[in-house]
Write a protein that binds this ligand. Structure first.
Ligand SMILES: C[S@@+](CC[C@H](N)C(=O)[O-])C[C@H]1O[C@@H](n2cnc3c(N)ncnc32)[C@H](O)[C@@H]1O
Length: 404
């Protein structure tokens, strides 16, 4: 389906009802923005493969619209331009948010070219702006993602030329507009990237090197999967850089993403609205009982610095996960999975001692969520979880194990 350009607000068919959940949030802001915010569009967000359910519930919570898993790591939804902004500003499980223009199957290169050329890009790119295509491909194909980028780039130039008589400039290093394409098996999704080159997973608070830091979008998703209530105590006993406690803190206090993203620079959006909302956003001041601990003092000092940079008030201390009292409501852990632990036997002994400590406090914790690339080692000592999710972490098959 090629999605037509958004209608104007005077076109009644483009007007959609603003849901109560959004009105709730909007009451913080000036309702006078509303008339300009109700263009109907479609969006696609990229997220971690295996954690789409968190992305879907987060999208619904932030913008009040249903979302659905379109493919592993891809979630689509109806939206307005305000929604695209709100997701860039508040979402914690999403990597990129794309204003969707095409969601289609394809047969070959020629087919992709033809479908992209059908879109009138003059509605999205100004004749004085440069653009670049960023393509990702996944599945078995006889072409590369570079091939896709080049066919799509040509189709964008040809469509723009047909519509305006002008030739668009390509700038691969610093484009004004990024056209993003995700080719997955026999389907492709194409749109205008509202996030930009830098994924929302890069929060900007990680200030020291750790051999195996967790992606903040995954850390946040683990917190969500635990069903943590903000008044409950929470511990990550193998915290490394502190990503899990920090993401819990950002979530509880509704700390937004203040980084620059593409949507602030796309001329067909009403930037003033975004800036007003950004200015009026209220961070929630909550007293939290969140602790991160790690056996390595250097990491504890680093995690404290990261938390300060992130602006969250969570505690860190040095402790051994095999012995620390685990009498917390919620336990979330991303234990070591090999490379740095030395021998597999040493890793197995650690998992056994950690699981024994967790079991010692069974009954005092409500939920324990373990994210590991060595699930069988953990399950061997802890027993079967109530629920497990398969997650692809980079190229590493991993699991979320949820115990209650
Ligand atoms: C995979 S990393 C955790 C990364 C962390 N989630 C982050 O985002 O930075 C595992 C951590 O377990 C810690 N660790 C290893 N053995 C431990 C033990 N016995 N007690 C506590 N922490 C331990 C390591 O120092 C390392 O920081």
């Amino acid at each position: 389906m090629v999605i037509p350009p958004s209608g104007s607000s005077s076109d009644p068919s483009s007007i959609i009802v603003v849901p109560a959940i959004l009105l709730d949030r909007m009451s913080l802001y000036s309702l006078s923005h509303l008339p300009q915010l109700i263009y109907r569009m479609r969006g696609v967000a990229t997220t971690t493969r295996g954690l789409e359910e968190v992305a879907i519930s987060e999208i619904t919570e932030i913008v009040g619209k249903n979302a659905r898993k379109a493919h592993p790591g891809l979630v689509t939804f109806d939206c307005t331009e305000l929604d695209l902004f709100m997701l860039n500003f508040l979402a914690r499980s999403l990597h990129r948010i794309i204003m969707l223009l095409i969601e289609e199957s394809f047969s070959d290169a020629e087919d992709i070219y033809r479908k992209v050329k059908e879109v009138d890009f003059s509605g999205y790119i100004d004749e004085n702006q440069s653009f670049a295509v960023r393509a990702k491909r996944c599945g078995t194909h006889d072409f590369t993602s570079m091939d896709v980028a080049s066919w799509v780039g040509q189709a964008v130039i040809d469509s723009f030329m047909e519509a305006t008589g002008k030739r668009l400039t390509v700038n691969l290093d610093e484009p004004d507009v990024i056209v993003r394409v995700e080719v997955r098996d026999e389907m492709f999704w194409l749109g205008i990237d509202t996030t930009g080159e830098v994924s929302l997973a890069k929060r900007g608070y990680r200030c020291f090197r750790h051999p195996a830091p967790l992606k903040p979008t995954i850390a946040y998703s683990l917190v969500r999967l635990s069903g943590w209530h903000f008044e409950e105590s929470l511990i990550d006993p193998v915290c490394g850089t502190g990503t899990i406690p920090i993401e819990a803190g950002r979530y509880a206090c509704d700390l937004p993403n203040t980084r620059d993203v593409s949507i602030y620079h796309l001329p067909f959006f009403m930037q003033e609205n975004f800036l007003d909302i950004r200015r009026e956003h209220q961070v929630i001041n909550r007293k939290l009982d969140v602790l991160g601990s790690d056996i390595n003092e250097k990491f504890i000092q680093g995690a404290k610095k990261c938390a300060r940079l992130a602006g969250v008030d969570v505690r860190f201390m040095r402790a051994d996960a095999r012995e620390i009292p685990l009498d917390y409501d919620v336990i979330i852990a991303n234990p070591p999975y090999g490379i740095r632990m030395g021998s597999p036997r040493k890793l197995e002994r650690f998992y056994e001692a950690f699981a024994t400590n967790l079991r010692r406090y069974e009954g005092s914790w409500r939920c324990a969520v373990i994210f590991t690339a060595r699930p069988s080692s953990f399950v061997r000592h802890m027993g079967e979880p109530e629920r497990e999710l398969d997650v692809l972490y980079g190229n590493l098959p991993s699991k979320v194990l949820i115990y209650r």
